[in-house]
Design a protein. Structure first.
Lengths: 84, 178, 101
């Protein structure tokens, strides 16, 4: 079941990438980026379950703690008209 | 199988981040590219490289790109349509207003970064906010462009288009208050 | 027995995630899209992690997964809020607030 879930989530990342590319405004692209980040986080946890390697979860913790910073900075950049 | 899908996604984002004319779009594409490549390193069996890519590529590189874009002047264009109640999604995605393409070409030539915002607020309400450069309002087929006199980019746009004898475009320039 | 329960939970979470991605294309308005996608994404994430924890049992693996889940549940709404706030304060309005249809 976990393998099926990882395949399905991979396909969903590919579908979300279409929204990032066609998205009419830059905020749609940011929303797609946020969703891709959380999907990748799910995939890392699933893969560490499949391979039975606990150290992959450390990467997931780093990813969850630091991945949101870029989204936050781009959002502030767009709101304040170029000033970070 | 999963690796192949991720390789295709990586190639697509690398292509688009080089090809797109707008730099802020390119920053988002590059952020997605490095996020996906961090996962691809895990699939290839290199968790240490994945850790470095997640920290450096996805976060610090994006912030450095934005700091570099800071030097590039942003040109704020508001597009308002007071007659219409709402903007249709198709109008936004297909860029039906041909005047926007002309403004974007002008901005690329002068090394400005155009940010186009669709809104239904009235012109006076937009003018209360700080930091607008150009307001495009539609008036039964004609376009009315509002600008300020001290903004030399707007004055250059006006000179260029009056030389070309563009139809259906009217400029309203605010004088500076003493 | 534990495996069957975790399989059921993972199937439910996959349905949630699928619905969230479908909502990205279904709605014609940016603000509807961001609301639907972020709610359903967080719900699917919680359920998927619950399924993984049930399958793994009481181990260090589950403890780390619980830590990741707590971090994501705290951070995901903040990021979504900041995107919507950036769009709203940037002046992106595609619909008058008075008109409901």
């Amino acid at each position: 079941m976990i393998e099926v879930a990882s395949y399905l989530i991979t396909v969903l990342i590919a579908i979300t990438a279409i929204r990032i590319i066609i998205g009419p405004t830059v905020w749609d692209r940011l929303l797609g980026f946020n969703i891709v980040l959380s999907k990748i986080l799910m995939l890392i946890v699933l893969f560490s379950m499949i391979f039975d390697k606990t150290y992959l979860l450390d990467i997931a913790i780093t990813y969850a703690l630091i991945g949101f910073v870029s989204t936050l900075f781009i959002a502030r950049f767009l709101k304040d008209r170029g000033r970070i | 199988m999963i690796e192949k899908i991720f390789y295709v996604i990586l190639i697509i984002f690398a292509f688009f981040s080089v090809q797109t004319p707008k730099l802020r779009r390119s920053v988002v594409y590059l952020a997605v590219f490095s996020a996906v490549s961090a996962f691809t390193y895990i699939l290839m069996g290199a968790p240490d490289a994945a850790l470095a890519e997640a920290v450096i590529g996805s976060t610090i590189a994006t912030v450095i790109y934005l700091a570099a874009l800071n030097k590039y002047r942003v040109f704020m264009v508001y597009l308002t349509d007071e007659k219409r109640e709402r903007h249709q999604e198709e109008h936004i995605s297909r860029r039906k207003e041909s005047i926007l393409l002309a403004i974007e070409n002008f901005c690329i030539l002068r090394e400005l970064e155009p940010q186009i915002i669709y809104t239904v607020d009235s012109v006076d309400k937009i003018k209360e906010k700080p930091g607008w450069d150009l307001i495009v309002s539609k008036n039964s087929g004609n376009y009315v462009l509002h600008g300020r006199e001290q903004n030399y980019h707007v004055m250059a746009l006006k000179e260029e288009w009056e030389g070309k004898q563009r139809k259906q475009v009217e400029f309203i320039i605010e004088k500076e208050h003493e | 027995m534990r495996e069957v329960i975790s399989n059921i939970i993972i199937i439910i979470s996959l349905i949630f995630i699928l619905t969230g991605v479908f909502g990205l294309y279904r709605f014609r308005n940016f603000y509807s899209r961001i609301a639907i996608a972020s709610y359903i994404d967080t719900a699917g994430y919680l359920l998927l992690m619950l399924g993984v924890i049930v399958r793994s049992g009481v181990t260090w693996f589950s403890a780390k997964v619980i830590l990741i889940t707590v971090i994501v549940v705290l951070i995901n709404p903040v990021v979504t809020h900041s995107i919507a706030r950036s769009a709203y304060h940037g002046g992106y309005r595609i619909e008058n607030e008075g008109s409901h249809d």
